[in-house]
Design a binder for this molecule. Sequence first.
Ligand code: SF4
Ligand code: SF4
Ligand code: SF4
Length: 270
Amino acid sequence: MTNLTEQLNALLPQTQCRQCGFSGCLPYAQALAQHKTASNLCIMGKAEVAQDLANILGQSVTLPEKNHQHQLAWIDEETCIGCTACIRACPVDAILGATKQMHTVISDECTGCGLCVEPCPVDCIHLQTVSDAYLPRARQFSGSQTQARFAAAAHAKKRFEQRQQRLAHQKNTQKSTAITQTPATKNTQNPQTPLNTAALIAQAMARASAQQNQRIVPINRQSFLQNQLKEAQQRSLYRRYQRDAKYGNEQEKTAAIEWLRRYKEEQEKD
Ligand code: SF4
Ligand code: SF4
Ligand code: SF4
């Protein structure tokens, strides 16, 4: 990494949100250092980041087009189906949960990057605007940085790097497990064993029967999962419109009441 890339990267918020069009803060810093992109693309960093980037690059300042307001993610836990898609999407490990169990956001660690929202199959993750000038809130644990902006970035970067290391370690462990298991599988058939036709036929029949079962089970399982997903999505929509009908603005209230009215009609038909 060049010195200039490092300097530019240090100015970025490190949420890895990709709203600049790059796959993270470092790739954006690298493109900036090579003068391949504009210095006002970091929506999360707002005007102060755009100004600092332009200054360091000796460019005139252009502010980001969008005025970003920080948001925190929260999960409608009653609707969550525990699929873990959000955990896999969160770059700073700010979501807790296990397979088929309710998930929750550690709000102090959330940077508001929004990357968990889209993968949720039942649409139960919401972003709520907050007045914090910088996120994550747990930035006080970042150590040496005293300015809130840099402390927040340092904390997010540390969490992101720890996650990357953990994922790389997991991948390596899986690879070495696969390597140690492969020869054992291959050695199950001893070439010296005399040919036993009856045993071979029995094995072939068992394989055919297993394949037949596999064909039936996944189809049923697939439709069962689809139904569960549909129901969860419906529950999530219902809860969202109920909330909008109570707390939304006028437009949201009207849309919610109309949706709930149609929903009730549908239920009465069934
Ligand atoms: S924080 Fe800024 S630089 Fe980093 S990924 Fe998001 S938009 Fe890009
Ligand atoms: S929980 Fe927060 S930090 Fe994690 S992906 Fe969602 S918005 Fe981003
Ligand atoms: S992606 Fe949605 S449904 Fe899946 S675990 Fe996360 S919050 Fe729950």
